[in-house]
Write a protein that binds this ligand. Structure first.
Ligand code: ARG
Length: 246
């Protein structure tokens, strides 16, 4: 073989250094939470939260990739470095703020009760003697834990909200307490099953934020800047209207 035939080495020596590939931030989302995050027939992750964060990322000039991530254990993925950002209709709470950083709020929410159409329940207090399903570790879980007692056998916890709603359909519980957007979406899209939504003034107002690892000030600032930009230029209102009407 020829001693002069070393094209690879020659190219490597003369070519400019390859640009560092732009970082792609990995976004964890529990995609069984329509209309905020779900998967379409093609397995693509879609929804209000996805459109919001994508618009924020575009304005912030960062690249993001959404990865389906179960709600349980989701918060730990930040510490392990598996996820850079979480978007999952996550309510900003004082307790969570101890261990993770939230952006400015991007959505207002409240708890809402789903019951069968013929249920006599008219307010949250009426659930006291009943069996209630929630998604584990959510603000709905927190509210019902306060009402029934944390260890009540009438409180049934599920790893996803669809599983809690399935339990309602099969008659295993009398009610589900979850975020209003998800309950309203479920009641509207399962007319055959015959459920209604009950609101109650005692539920505290909640706000959703995007989450980053505690102390990741740079990424947090970028997301807040992007969020402010989409609020200013009308993109935010467009996405709100697309999913929830004007
Ligand atoms: N907003 C509620 C909370 O933060 C429920 C969020 C659940 N989100 C989800 N994608 N499963 O506790």
């Amino acid at each position: 073989c020829s001693k002069t035939d070393t094209p690879a080495a020659a190219t490597a020596a003369s070519a400019p250094p390859a640009p560092a590939a732009a970082k792609v931030y990995v976004v964890g989302t529990d995609a069984v939470y329509a209309p905020f995050e779900s998967q379409n027939d093609k397995g693509e992750i879609i929804g209000f939260d996805i459109d919001m964060l994508q618009a924020v990322a575009d304005k912030a000039g960062i690249q993001v990739k959404f990865v389906n991530t179960p709600w349980e254990g989701m918060f730990n993925t930040l510490g392990q470095g598996d996820r850079d950002i979480l978007v999952s209709a996550i309510t900003i709470t004082d307790e969570r703020k101890q261990s993770m950083d939230f952006t400015d709020p991007y959505f207002d929410a409240r708890q809402l009760i789903a019951v069968p159409k013929d249920s006599k329940v008219t307010r949250f207090d009426d659930l006291k003697p009943l069996r209630v399903a929630v998604q584990t570790g959510t603000t709905g879980d927190e509210a019902v834990s306060k009402l029934l007692g944390k260890t009540s056998t009438k409180l049934k916890r599920f790893e996803s909200t669809p599983l809690a709603l399935k339990e309602l359909e099969s008659g295993g519980v009398d009610a589900v307490v979850a975020d209003n957007g998800v309950v309203a979406h479920y009641v509207a899209n399962n007319t055959a099953a015959g459920f209604k939504a009950i609101s109650d003034a005692s539920f505290v107002p909640e706000q959703y934020g995007f989450v980053v690892k505690k102390g990741n000030a740079e990424l947090l600032a970028a997301l807040n800047k992007g969020l402010a930009a989409i609020k200013a230029d009308g993109t935010y209102d467009q996405i709100q209207a697309r999913y929830f009407g004007a």
